[in-house]
Design a protein around this ligand. Structure first.
Ligand code: ADP
Length: 270
């Protein structure tokens, strides 16, 4: 009887081992596909600006004695080069995030500081578009993480909220504690996202409306970077949206410890 039980256990373990191996192989295969897709996408994304740069350089050569034309071509050349630089930067950032041990989130960070830095970086763009960005922090919270990466993640959400708002729109950034997590939400009253696109906006290079997104200088990598960063920190990111009404993106991160209540800075300390 005991021998029988042992045999069954060994058989079970064997099955589990085989399943594990199979699982590993499927995972390797999936990663391979993802990698292939990624490279195909980058090549495609880089082709257009590279072709433009080359055409513009040629046009410049021909327009040598027409200063107005030269200025126009030079201006566009500079814009296309910037776009190339932007895409390349994001690709590097994303591959860094996807490297398995890219991140050791072990520094205690103040969420308010992360949000303030991300909003600050968007001030000029917001002002140029007449968009008002307001921060409302209900509680102060701390998380463990990589500050630079988290600032980039929040920055990307705020930048999108401004980019997809109409002139004079409003963007609200909120911080609140919910259970053992802190939620950072970025809400706009902009164009919104159709239901069928909602699941896909976090995919690399996905853009709802290619032409419109290109006008905003987007690469389709911003939200993918947000997703990877947040997942690397043990959190997640969600989106709510209604076309024509606006969108709210919410990042959830595990709290480092119990939240610190907001204190009135003007009250005398005891
Ligand atoms: P991009 O650099 O093109 O903005 P993202 O990955 O940041 O790329 O976003 C992917 C797509 O999701 C965008 O092209 C846009 O269509 C849509 N999107 C992102 N944020 C918003 C928003 N706040 N409002 C409406 N659409 C958005």
């Amino acid at each position: 009887d005991a021998t029988m039980r042992l045999a069954v256990r060994v058989a079970r373990l064997g099955t589990r081992f085989v399943l594990l191996l199979a699982d590993d192989r499927t995972e390797a295969h999936r990663l391979d596909e993802v990698r292939r897709d990624f490279i195909a996408n980058i090549s495609h994304e880089l082709k257009t600006p590279i072709a433009s740069v080359s055409l513009l350089a040629e046009a410049l050569d021909h327009a040598a004695d027409e200063p107005e034309q030269v200025r126009r071509f030079a201006h566009r050349l500079s814009a296309e080069s910037k776009r190339l630089g932007h895409i390349t930067g994001e690709v590097i950032e994303l591959s860094r995030l996807q490297a398995r041990d890219a991140l050791r989130p072990d520094v205690l960070l103040d969420v308010d500081r992360i949000v303030a830095a991300a909003v600050d970086q968007n001030r000029v763009v917001a002002a140029a578009k007449g968009v008002e960005v307001r921060v409302r922090a209900k509680s102060r919270a701390e998380v463990y993480g990589d500050e630079a990466l988290l600032v980039v993640a929040v920055h990307n959400l705020v930048a999108n909220a401004i980019a997809y708002s109409s002139e004079g729109g409003r963007v609200g950034v909120g911080v609140r504690v919910d259970g053992d997590a802190v939620e950072i939400s970025v809400a706009d009253q902009g164009i919104g996202i159709a239901t069928e696109d909602l699941d896909r906006v976090f995919e690399r290079f996905y853009r709802v409306d290619q032409a419109r997104s290109r006008n905003t200088g987007g690469s389709g990598l911003g939200l993918s970077i947000v997703k990877h960063t947040v997942q690397n920190h043990g959190g997640d990111v969600r989106v709510w949206s209604r076309p024509g009404k606006g969108s709210t993106f919410t990042i959830r991160l595990p709290l480092a410890e119990r939240p610190v209540p907001v204190v009135d800075a003007t009250a005398p300390a005891d």
